[in-house]
Structure formats: C-alpha cells, structure tokens
Design a protein around this ligand. Structure first.
Ligand code: SAM
Length: 393
C-alpha cells in the first residue's frame, strides 16, 4: 500500500470534479444524520452520474488509466473464455452472450473473433454498460477489430427483461459492488462509515445493527476467526441481490464470474485483519477510499463462498470453481499460444509476457478465480476439467 505522498497529483479539473462529488456526498451524510454506511459512500463514489469513477470521463483502463484487467493483457484470455462459451452453446442450444461492464471492449472483441473463427459466432452479444464514455470506446474498438460482427452487438443500460439462453460474463464486476465495512473490537461489532469535518471526509464508527452484526459473526465463525478483534473486513452487500437478479434472467446456460478473491475461510482468515479494500489511481494501489472521491477505483476482494450461497439460494447450480491459471490451461491456452507463435514468430516476446502475467501465481494466476453458475447445462465444463476447487467453497 502507498501513502498519499507517493500518489501522483490530480489535475485541476479532476480536483474540481472530485470536490463537486464530495459536496454531494456531504449532503448525503447530512441526510443520514452524519453517518453514511460505506456501501452508500462507495456507490456514490463510483456511480454518481457524471461524477462517479465509473461514469465520469476518467480513462480507467490500460497504460494511461488506473489498472489493467486480464482481457487487456492478452487476447488469449478472451479466446479461452470463447472456447468455454462454445461448449455451453453446444450443450444448451443457447447462442447468446451477455457481458456485464465491457471495459474497453477487448473481451468482447476477442470472444467474437475466436467464435467466428471456430464457426460458432453468437446470435447476439449484449453489453450491459453503465458508462456512456466506455460504450463509445467499446463501439469504436469493435468497429475497428470486428466490423463484420458489430451488428450482433447491442448495448443495455439495465439487466435484460426477457430470459437469456447462453452465457453471462462478469469479469472484475463483483469486486466493484459496494461493500459494508465492520470493525470487531473487544468482542463488539461496529459498522464503519463515512462522515465529514469541515471539507474533509472522515471515518466514523457506530454499533452495528443486530442483523448486520449477526451476519458478521456468522461469517467469522465459519472461517474459524475468533470474535475478539481488532479485526476489520467487509461484507459485500450487493452480491446477493446481484446473483438473485442473474438467476431471474439466466434461463438456460452458464454465468462465468471472474475476479480476485477467496473462499470464505481464506477471506476472513485471522491474519487478514485489515480487510481487502483497495484503491487504484494511475497504477498506484493504496488503502484510503476517502482520498479524492470519483478519481480512483475502489474495490474489495470477493468472498466466493458468499457467491456460491447466493447462487444456491437463487436456484443456480455451482458448476465449477478454479484459479485463473488452471481454468485457462484447461481451456487450452498453451495450444492457442502455440498457434499464434506459428503464425507470427516475432510475437514470441510479447506472448511470453502475456502468459506470465495471466498464469503465474506472482501475477494473476492464483489470486484470480472463476466460478461458474449454471442452469440446465451438463457438467463437467471445459475450464474445470484440470482442476475443480468447489470443495474449497
Ligand atoms: C474493473 S472494471 C472491469 C471491466 C471489464 N469487465 C474488464 O475486465 O476489463 C469494473 C466494471 O464493472 C462495471 N460494473 C460495476 N457494477 C456493475 C453492474 N451492476 N452492472 C454492470 N456493470 C457494472 C463498472 O462500470 C466497470 O466498468
């Protein structure tokens, strides 16, 4: 983690936008008697129209942005996902893809390219995108890289009203859902929220409501973490409704949810006593979400056991759980890499770098996981054939 002194200075326009957002957040704090639960703060910091991090104009992705995701690192990532999609299409008869939060459009471009090459392009590829600026970037990239398939791509601003049959993709979406923060101190559960003093946002704590406290203690007990503290962590408040909604429109097929995170026993491990909240600003990671709201990404790791519980509750089957490296290996990433090398030997250096970043434990290989939630699709799924860690959930 870095301290503010080492973060790059935002420009004057950025600071002005952040100050407008801070003023709106302070008004919300006043409306909530001086204490805004962290999930409310995070939702405002990320999604306030025109000012929130994901819906403002910041570049976010890639070298000029704040972070890099797997589809940005290599088209091989999307190619592997495409091969998993093709298997789901064959097994379910579905031929549709819905992607949550399309980033720069690269995941869509590599999936469409691979499926077209293998003779099974989807009938429709929908991107549920909250950011108007990202929609335009996605359209421009697809116009350039997949012009023939562009007519199959549609953009949505909310989940589909009619059921879909095929694949739902959510790459690094769950980590952006707003979380609540708890602080266990001397056996008491406190909820951590946000207040302000003068022009500064500050942390506030108050006794947790009985229902929230019971959820916290249940999770810690499950993980074998003693209830004495001090211990700070998060509960992903938006996860259950998000999965319930998914179950509403996934008629037949598989949802592949990829993100960084752990099964519950590791998430709430006694050693992880400061939680998993992380902020990203121009490729610097730090741990202060109150720093310039709207200018930085705010994320928390995913409790994959909570995803599995929510799926179970919503009537979806858990059809696989694996670390990114083993999922990609099972989908044939080494064969795909060899084929690219055969086409273009000059790509060797770039290719080695992409594989290293996607597969090694010191990069994304093990910290990132993929969970498959299914309805009406036979197992085993391609990506979990080498290794399936469902027993860890
Ligand atoms: C870290 S980015 C990942 C983007 C892209 N999937 C990728 O891997 O490059 C997180 C994205 O999640 C989107 N997002 C968060 N909550 C969402 C929701 N409920 N519905 C759709 N998109 C959402 C944000 O707008 C943002 O584009």
């Amino acid at each position: 983690m870095e301290h503010h002194a080492r973060l790059p200075d935002p420009g004057a326009d950025e600071i002005a936008a952040s100050e407008s957002l801070r003023a709106a957040i302070c008004a919300a704090i006043d409306a909530h008697d001086g204490f805004l639960c962290f999930d409310e703060f995070m939702a405002r910091a990320l999604y306030t129209p025109g000012l929130g991090y994901y819906v403002g104009g910041a570049p976010k992705f890639g070298a000029g942005g704040d972070f890099v995701t797997a589809p940005e690192i290599s088209p091989l990532y999307g190619a592997c996902i495409a091969l998993q999609c093709r298997q789901v299409f064959e097994r379910t008869g579905g031929c549709e893809i819905l992607e949550f939060g399309g980033g720069t459009g690269r995941l869509c471009a590599s999936i469409l390219g691979t499926l077209a090459e293998t003779g099974s392009p989807p009938e429709r590829y929908s991107i549920l995108e909250l950011s108007p600026e990202l929609r335009e970037r996605q359209r421009a990239l697809l116009e350039r890289d997949q012009p023939a398939l562009l007519p199959r791509v549609v953009w949505l601003s909310e989940p589909p009203a009619s059921p879909i049959c095929g694949v739902v993709l959510a790459n690094e979406i769950l980590d952006a859902l707003p979380v609540r923060i708890f602080h266990l101190a001397h056996g008491a559960v406190l909820e951590r929220g946000v207040g302000y003093e003068g022009s500064r946002l500050v942390w506030r704590e108050r006794s947790a409501a009985a229902e929230f406290s019971a959820i916290v203690l249940g999770r810690l007990e499950c993980a074998g973490t003693a209830a004495a503290g001090p211990y700070v962590s998060e509960i992903n408040a938006g996860l259950e409704p998000w999965v319930a909604d998914l179950a509403r429109f996934l008629d037949r097929g598989v949802a592949l949810l990829a993100d960084y995170g752990y099964p519950r026993r590791e998430y709430y491990h006694p050693g992880r006593s400061a939680g998993t909240l992380m902020c990203h600003y121009r490729h610097h990671a730090h741990d202060d979400p109150l720093w310039y709201p709207g200018l930085q990404d705010i994320t928390a790791h995913v409790d994959f056991t909570a995803v599995a519980e929510a799926a179970d509750e919503a009537g979806l089957a858990i059809a696989g759980f694996a670390e990114q490296a083993s999922f990609l290996a099972a989908c044939g990433i080494t064969d795909l890499a060899a084929a690219r090398l055969a086409r273009d030997f000059n790509a060797a250096h770039a290719l080695a770098n992409e594989l290293k970043r996607l597969l090694l434990p010191s990069h994304m290989g093990t910290r990132f996981k993929i969970i498959a939630l299914a309805r009406g699709c036979a197992e085993p799924l391609l990506g979990f054939e080498l290794r399936d860690d469902r027993h860890r959930l």
